[in-house]
Design a protein around this ligand. Structure first.
Ligand SMILES: *[C@@H]1O[C@H](CO)[C@@H](O)[C@H](O)[C@H]1NC(C)=O
Ligand SMILES: *[C@@H]1O[C@H](CO)[C@@H](O)[C@H](O)[C@H]1NC(C)=O
Ligand SMILES: *[C@@H]1O[C@H](CO)[C@@H](O)[C@H](O)[C@H]1NC(C)=O
Ligand SMILES: *[C@@H]1O[C@H](CO)[C@@H](O)[C@H](O)[C@H]1NC(C)=O
Ligand SMILES: *[C@@H]1O[C@H](CO)[C@@H](O)[C@H](O)[C@H]1NC(C)=O
Ligand SMILES: *[C@@H]1O[C@H](CO)[C@@H](O)[C@H](O)[C@H]1NC(C)=O
Ligand SMILES: *[C@@H]1O[C@H](CO)[C@@H](O)[C@H](O)[C@H]1NC(C)=O
Ligand SMILES: *[C@@H]1O[C@H](CO)[C@@H](O)[C@H](O)[C@H]1NC(C)=O
Ligand SMILES: *[C@@H]1O[C@H](CO)[C@@H](O)[C@H](O)[C@H]1NC(C)=O
Ligand SMILES: *[C@@H]1O[C@H](CO)[C@@H](O)[C@H](O)[C@H]1NC(C)=O
Ligand SMILES: *[C@@H]1O[C@H](CO)[C@@H](O)[C@H](O)[C@H]1NC(C)=O
Ligand SMILES: CC(=O)N[C@H]1CO[C@H](CO)[C@@H](O)[C@@H]1O
Length: 653
């Protein structure tokens, strides 16, 4: 996150530049780049001392070309690239105040090895009893394994019809099924706490998960399942002796990926050591897949203050699965309407409708792999898929999204006032929306705090007011306060100001964010912080109502799933998912939310590595440099998708 600090250079000098960057003469450009690198470097240096885990945020950009200083930087970066052993060393070194952790309410010393005379649960010997495996008989299923994406030639892909035409008579039991879904559980915070604090005292409660058994999927043979249907497989957490655990709380990262599909299978935690994973792909995407199950944290340990030391992070399964076309037909997705945003938890997927294997990053850091007018394929999106610069991928959930042209976006946003309150991912998204969608490429960055009018370069009569207030700290130069920033009176007054004018924003888009992951010692503390934030916003909205004005709509945009190395840090996906749900739960109880935008689900399929993120941001500005994972360029389309989803939220009725 310290690279957020880069933005700090801009608030004073930031203006809408009209002269294109590229017109600068080369020497000046070079000098600028070098100065910029020094700036990045030094800001990292000063921010890092506050939190030891953030040591690993250093240096996301490494220049590709090597002149003298560049080369040196490259070497430094390589040296600081965390190897597995390095990470452990870093994390073992406690920051001085970590001793405080022992006094946290929720800390439970676990691993009481060999605790007492309880008989071992006779489980591992016969795991099939944990299965509700529903043997999908897969006789005669050959010929359906084609992937929906076969061509490497873009022009051919355009005409591609993903559905294989063959008939299958095997699966006729479910002509109409529903899409998998998930929702917030009632009494979320209380239940979470009580499960975390559930007492041990028996070996199966005190032991630690190291392995699982998945009776329906284990066994070695290629698993074949019917496409369209949802398939739920129960699995059992096992300790190092192979005994079944009888407490839940393990955090599994799951992935279902094929050549043209990526989704996060829903995992249910039954609280007794048994879990289930549900798999479903649409009938048009029959073909070969892998289902991957990673155990990231055991028994709520990702929620701890310093979770890094507890990360398990082992891939327990990568199982090939063939989805066979069947007669099961999922209901066709519709383009999202306003009411669709009432859904709190999204269970979406990325699908791919084009591919250019020869795609090269351009010098400005962009991936223009498909023609800008490469069309969406109904019903997966509507508009020009090429604009997303995703090489054919697009996200959809219980409904699908419009991809906006600049003209349609301006028509929707004109005369609006949109207020953002959130972490630096908002900052990126706003910049990307301005650059990519609203035709304002000269805006190279936006600061953490601003209040600006922007106008349509093609029609200056169309303007939109955007206000963005960073909430990682009450001081815009600070970090790691999150919702606690509302404890600062000056910060509260700053926010109040925008809701005390004669007009107020029509829409508020907010999240809690990654900084909360670093600040709060435990979920109970965070829950109080979230309550305070909700009461603050309720008071603000009530006062707007009392003044007879139209109360802004509030959309909660969930925090990203952090990626790659950041998966084990203070803002790991386990914690962020819990925090997202706690805030959302409280906002809903207060009647404040008009809708949810589940960026956590959107980012999740891309969070396993750093190809589409720098660990904590999915929308850093395009740049042709070596990225965090050592490859050239950062794929920013996940955040650009979010920008379009936000426009769907803002523009549908
Ligand atoms: C590289 O940096 C080191 C210090 O880290 C310095 O001693 C050395 O002279 C630098 N090399 C070049 C070529 O600038
Ligand atoms: C640890 O806590 C003490 C007392 O609050 C504070 O002065 C110090 O700066 C903290 N150290 C770190 C590394 O945060
Ligand atoms: C615990 O941390 C707080 C600040 O976070 C600090 O004021 C206090 O001194 C610390 N206590 C111990 C025992 O380290
Ligand atoms: C735990 O039990 C195993 C065998 O059941 C034994 O080898 C080991 O020494 C025991 N450990 C402790 C700490 O008692
Ligand atoms: C395992 O379970 C199956 C089915 O429940 C049963 O038929 C079999 O006898 C069991 N085997 C053992 C060793 O318990
Ligand atoms: C791709 O399509 C173009 C135009 O149809 C054709 O000229 C070219 O040979 C094709 N390339 C490949 C690799 O098939
Ligand atoms: C496939 O289905 C169509 C109509 O549903 C039918 O006319 C055709 O005979 C079937 N083909 C085979 C090979 O079963
Ligand atoms: C939620 O909590 C309330 C009060 O604590 C309780 O009355 C209610 O039964 C709980 N609901 C569920 C579904 O646990
Ligand atoms: C765990 O809970 C689930 C759901 O309540 C139940 O179906 C299953 O039998 C339980 N497993 C064990 C081992 O108790
Ligand atoms: C499944 O994973 C294996 C091993 O990583 C990989 O080689 C294969 O291409 C994957 N299959 C699919 C369909 O993604
Ligand atoms: C914010 O922090 C900076 C640097 O620590 C400091 O110079 C500035 O005065 C602070 N601003 C406010 C409003 O506290
Ligand atoms: C179980 C079953 O239906 N098997 C059939 C599969 O298809 C082949 C020919 O394609 C038949 O010979 C099998 O009887």
């Amino acid at each position: 996150m310290p690279e957020k600090g880069v933005i700090l250079q801009f608030p004073n000098s930031w203006t809408l530049r009209s002269s294109p960057f590229l017109q600068w003469r080369l020497p000046i450009l070079t000098a600028f780049v070098l100065v910029a690198m020094v700036v990045v470097w030094s800001i990292d240096g000063c921010t890092i001392k506050s939190f030891i885990e953030t040591r690993r945020f250093k240096q996301d950009y490494v220049p590709v070309r090597s002149n003298t200083p560049t080369k040196n930087l490259t070497e430094t970066a390589e040296n600081s690239t965390p190897s597995a052993t390095n990470i452990q060393v870093n994390l073992a070194r406690k920051p001085s105040n970590v001793t405080n952790e022992t006094q946290f309410i929720d800390y439970r010393p676990i691993s009481v090895q060999n605790s007492s005379g309880f008989e071992d649960f006779e489980v591992s010997t016969n795991v099939t009893k944990f299965s509700d495996f529903n043997p999908v008989s897969v006789q005669n299923s050959t010929g359906f394994s084609q992937s929906p994406l076969v061509s490497t030639n873009v022009t051919e892909v355009k005409d591609y019809r993903p559905v294989s035409a063959q008939n299958s008579s095997v699966f006729s039991r479910n002509p109409q099924v529903l899409w998998l879904s998930d929702e917030l559980e009632p009494n979320l915070t209380a239940n979470l706490l009580s499960r975390w604090l559930a007492p041990g005292g028996e070996p199966c409660r005190d032991s630690r998960t190291v392995q699982i058994s998945v009776p329906g999927l284990d066994g070695g043979d290629l698993v074949k399942l019917s496409a369209g249907d949802s398939h739920e497989f129960v699995f059992q957490a096992l300790d190092e002796s192979g005994n079944a655990r009888c407490l839940g709380g393990d955090y599994f990262e799951t992935d279902l990926s094929g050549e043209a599909w990526k989704s996060r299978p829903v995992v249910k935690d039954f609280g007794n050591g048994s879990y289930s994973i549900s798999l479903q792909v649409h009938q048009d995407f029959a073909g070969d897949y892998n289902v991957t199950i990673i155990l990231l944290f055991r028994h709520f340990e990702g929620l701890k203050f310093s979770p890094g030391r507890f990360a398990f992070d082992k891939e327990l399964r990568r199982i090939p699965i063939r989805f066979i076309r069947s007669e099961t037909l999922l209901p066709e997705l519709q383009i999202c309407q306003k009411s669709d945003f009432n859904k709190d938890v999204w269970v979406g997927r990325w699908t791919r409708h084009g591919k250019n294997d020869d795609c090269q990053i351009s010098n400005d850091g962009r991936y223009r792999c498909l023609a800008p007018d490469f069309p969406c394929q109904s019903p997966w999106c509507n508009g020009s898929l090429g604009l997303l610069e995703s090489n054919g991928w697009v996200y959809s959930t219980h409904c699908s999204f419009r991809l906006f042209s600049s003209e349609s976006a301006w028509n929707c946003l004109r005369n609006r006032w949109i207020f953002f309150w959130g972490d630096s991912n908002h900052v990126d998204t706003i910049r990307n929306m301005l650059n990519f969608v609203l035709d304002l490429p000269d805006i190279h960055s936006v600061p953490r705090r601003f209040d600006m009018n922007f106008s349509n370069p093609r029609d200056p009569s169309q303007t939109v007011r955007i206000t963005s207030i960073f909430n990682g700290h009450w001081n815009e130069t600070g970090n790691y306060q999150g919702l606690n920033s509302l404890q600062d009176e000056g910060f509260r007054n700053l926010l109040w100001k925008y809701f005390s004018e004669a007009t107020v924003p029509d829409t508020v888009i907010m999240n809690s964010g990654l900084h909360d992951g670093v600040f709060w010692h435990n979920i109970r503390g965070f829950s109080h912080g979230a309550e305070y934030a909700v009461s603050f916003w309720k008071e603000v909205m009530d006062s707007v109502r009392q003044r007879g004005l139209v109360v802004p709509q509030i959309f909660y945009r969930t925090t990203v799933a952090t990626g790659g190395y950041a998966r084990t840090l203070a803002f790991n996906p386990n914690k962020m998912e819990a925090f997202n749900r706690v805030v959302l739960d409280k906002l809903k109880q207060a009647g404040l939310v008009s809708g949810t935008i589940d960026d956590f689900d959107m980012t999740f399929p891309w969070h396993f590595d750093n190809r589409c993120n720098d660990g904590v941001h999915y929308g850093r500005a395009p740049l042709k440099m070596k990225w965090r994972d050592g490859e050239i360029g950062h794929q920013y389309f996940v955040d650009l998708m979010l920008a379009h989803v936000l426009l769907n939220t803002l523009c549908t009725r």
